[in-house]
Design a protein around this ligand. Structure first.
Ligand SMILES: NC(=O)C1=CN([C@@H]2O[C@H](COP(=O)(O)OP(=O)(O)OC[C@H]3O[C@@H](n4cnc5c(N)ncnc54)[C@H](OP(=O)(O)O)[C@@H]3O)[C@@H](O)[C@H]2O)[C@@H](O)CC1
Ligand SMILES: Nc1ncnc2c1ncn2[C@@H]1O[C@H](COP(=O)(O)OP(=O)(O)O)[C@@H](O)[C@H]1O
Length: 469
């Protein structure tokens, strides 16, 4: 898990005050980090275009130009001049090499480094900025963004145009803006550069964490004297669209639940042999999944009562966001996970009378809305689906950036529900179940070997069998 921050201004200030470092030292390390990356990944003497803005993001770029001048064919372009104090100092140093910024950017380069605007990007790009970013995006070059790609605002929302980086080298620590859904197509690979002290010292407390593959702890069986009951009994409520419950149950079995039963008031034909069915909740139920394909008018009154009385761990997805009685379950049960996609989340916020917001308002501030929900319902774990999935609990947000477009197909959400509910049935805490279920979901998509448009829900369930860490 890595820490993620709104921005690094406070952390920089702490460096000056607590560790006696200067802005100059931090900037030298920022540029040295980019130079190291370029020396390690690109050949000598390649044509390097550095577009530097007027502030300290631009100052990083001017510093980089000084570091690489002589080893690379460097064109430093300053479309807005150098305005911040550090940008002026760095430009003076660059000029001392006998070098000059170029008056216009070359039409082609091997490497383009975007140091136009970083965390200080505060107003819409002007025509000059739009044309420049557009021309950089059109170049066949290796593209590096310094700190944050130009055009991505502090909430991670792109201007009508933003720099498309292959790699974003970000300074000091990770920023939330890099992990919005809207920013995902622009940031490319993300690397963090230390600024004169290790991240352990640079980083302070935060409310957001990035999940990595190393955080994955699958339910490996270590008890040789186990039996099926050792690994829990998941019940999936099957409503109108029974296929959704079948996918959920199949994924849950594949991820280690000892028993999985579909609960339905009617007989379900052609169930896979490994899934059981029942009209009532068995006494051995250790977790429940409901909402996927359920329908909005389903009211399992008896089941609801048992869930509340026995405080059974429960995962709620999809149609559960539309039913008013979700509120009772969220308020009365102590182990709940809710897994909406943005449209369902907008409905859920309304159903729970938290707020009335559109999907696009949610997508523009996913961190803010996830945090608001988790503060209103501190017992519940929220998993907000998306290109970068957010998991929120007690105001802390965990980001899973590992999902891919392989997952963009019907049934993928049902599988996610099955994975999380399976772990809840096996005794994981709701938070650990959400984190590990979400990682398993993304990792199975990454393992899939076919073309990225071709995976079916069944293919993804097959991949789960290989998920050992
Ligand atoms: N502090 C340190 O020690 C370290 C700092 N570091 C680096 O500093 C970066 C932050 O620097 P920063 O705060 O100067 O902000 P930055 O991103 O350069 O933008 C501000 C400038 O852009 C301008 N401007 C903004 N939007 C605009 C637009 N649309 N169109 C036109 N102009 C626009 C704005 O103009 P103004 O609004 O003032 O008129 C101002 O001139 C950070 O991302 C990292 O790279 C690292 O080296 C680590 C150490
Ligand atoms: N481009 C993508 N990148 C990462 N994850 C994705 C992408 N597209 C879809 N997903 C994931 O796939 C799942 C889709 O869930 P959902 O929309 O509920 O599907 P369904 O209801 O059809 O099963 C979510 O977990 C979402 O995060």
């Amino acid at each position: 898990m890595q820490k993620v921050f709104n921005n690094c201004y406070d952390l920089d200030r702490r460096c000056y005050e607590k560790f006696g470092l200067t802005e100059d030292i931090l900037m030298e390390h920022a540029a040295e980090g980019m130079a190291r990356h370029i020396r390690d990944t690109c050949g000598d003497k390649e044509q390097l275009l550095i577009a530097a803005g007027p502030g300290n993001n631009g100052a990083d770029g001017i510093t980089l130009a000084r570091l690489l001048h002589g080893d690379f064919d460097v064109s430093l372009y300053l479309p807005y001049g150098a305005k911040s104090a550090m940008a002026k100092i760095q430009l003076e140093r660059f000029l001392q090499l006998g070098a000059e910024p170029v008056q216009s950017p070359p039409l082609q380069a091997d490497i383009v480094v975007d140091t136009l605007f970083g965390t200080g990007f505060a107003k819409p790009l002007d025509t000059k900025g739009i044309d420049l970013v557009d021309s950089f995006n059109g170049m066949e070059a290796y593209k590096i963004a310094c700190d944050v790609p130009t055009g991505i605002d502090p909430n991670g929302n792109p201007n009508p145009i933003a720099f498309h980086a292959d790699t974003t080298i970000t300074m000091g620590a990770l920023k939330k803006a890099l992990f919005s859904d809207h920013a995902k197509p622009y940031v490319g690979r993300i690397e963090v550069v230390d600024l004169g002290i290790s991240r352990t010292h640079y980083e302070h407390h935060t409310d957001a964490f990035l999940l990595t593959q190393e955080d994955f702890t699958p339910p490996l069986r270590t008890n040789a004297a186990s039996h099926k009951g050792t690994f829990g009994h998941l019940c999936v409520i099957a409503g109108k669209k029974r296929g959704a419950a079948v996918l959920c149950g199949s994924a849950a079995l594949r991820f280690g639940a000892g028993l999985v039963t579909l609960i339905s008031d009617r007989n379900i034909d052609n169930l896979p042999f490994s899934l059981m069915q029942s009209g009532d909740l068995p006494d051995t139920t250790s977790a429940i999944a409901m909402g996927m394909g359920m329908g909005y008018d389903y009211d399992p009154i008896l089941i609801k009562t048992s869930i509340v009385e026995d405080d059974i761990p429960i995962l709620m997805d999809a149609d559960m966001c539309y039913v008013p009685w979700i509120r009772t379950l969220l308020e009365k049960c102590s182990k709940t996970v809710v897994t909406p996609h943005p449209k369902e989340f907008s409905v859920l916020l309304k159903t729970l009378e938290i707020d009335n917001v559109t999907v696009s308002e949610i997508q523009r501030d996913r961190f803010g809305w996830a945090k608001r929900f988790s503060e209103a319902y501190p017992k519940t774990v929220l998993l907000l689906k998306g290109a970068n999935t957010l998991i929120a609990h007690e105001g802390i947000i965990y980001i899973n950036p590992l999902g891919t477009p392989v997952l963009s197909q019907a049934g993928s959400g049902d599988i996610l529900s099955g994975l999380i509910a399976s772990l809840m049935a096996q005794g994981y805490t709701p938070l650990n179940a959400a984190i590990n279920g979400s990682l398993a979901h993304a990792l199975s998509a990454r393992r899939y070997k076919g073309a990225n448009f071709s995976a079916t829900a069944e293919d993804l369930i097959e991949e789960i069998r290989w998920l050992v860490n």
